[in-house]
Design a protein around this ligand. Structure first.
Ligand SMILES: N[C@@H](CCC(=O)N[C@@H](CS)C(=O)NCC(=O)O)C(=O)O
Length: 195
């Protein structure tokens, strides 16, 4: 019996609904068939000493299980995926390829789409943002187009659904990722139920 507990926010503003990073963790737990409970932080609680002691940056998600505490959604999904052949195939080379796509989602795609979203949501009217946005958009689009090329004609990033698809699809939920992937990104974003 699992004693997994996920920490998330009790409420987020409408622009963030459906985009908070505990979703990727919940999705991984659903795929792995692992039940979990949740701890929902109210206003101000993210900066409490108790929360900072488990998440140094005051963010969510946090994963707790029998004395083990993890933060960083990528590390948490990896930890869950290690327990599920649905998320990480048995074959060592295929496992490594799936992990590669997880890192690609988190390191090569997410920072660029997140950057664009941050500019649009919080700094849209700033002069520096107006100057910065075209180059930021170009970079995000080039990553998305490269991803679309990798996916062309395929249902998944590798032969079958893995944690790499889960992580990439979770990153592609970001509104800044929606435009250039019509067609090529359809499968990776739509293949699994959205949490
Ligand atoms: N790299 C971290 C990022 C976590 C993160 O940005 N969490 C957001 C919610 S999606 C958050 O807690 N934001 C509130 C804040 O940064 O104060 C991860 O993947 O877990």
């Amino acid at each position: 019996m699992s004693n997994i507990c996920i920490t998330a926010f009790k409420w987020v503003p409408p622009f963030a609904q459906g985009l908070v990073r505990d979703l990727r963790v919940r999705w991984a737990l659903e795929e792995a068939g692992l039940p979990y409970s949740e701890k929902l932080l109210g206003p101000g609680e993210q900066n409490s000493p108790a929360h900072r002691s488990v998440q140094p940056f005051g963010q969510v998600p946090v994963y707790e299980e029998d004395g083990l505490t993890l933060f960083e959604s990528g590390a948490i999904v990896m930890h869950i995926a290690e327990r599920s052949e649905v998320l990480l195939p048995k074959d060592p080379a295929q496992r490594s390829r799936a992990r590669t796509w997880m890192f690609a989602a988190l390191n090569s795609v997410e920072p660029h789409v997140q950057n664009l979203t941050t500019i649009d949501l919080f700094f849209q009217n700033e002069e520096w943002a107006k100057q910065r946005r075209p180059a930021a958009e170009k970079l995000a689009q080039s990553r998305l187009e490269a991803l679309a090329s990798s996916l062309a004609g395929r249902d998944y990033l590798e032969g079958s659904f893995t944690a790499g698809d889960l992580m990439m699809a979770s990153v592609l939920r970001n509104p800044a990722a929606s435009c250039p992937l019509h067609g090529g990104g359809e499968h990776v974003t739509g293949a699994r139920p959205r949490t």
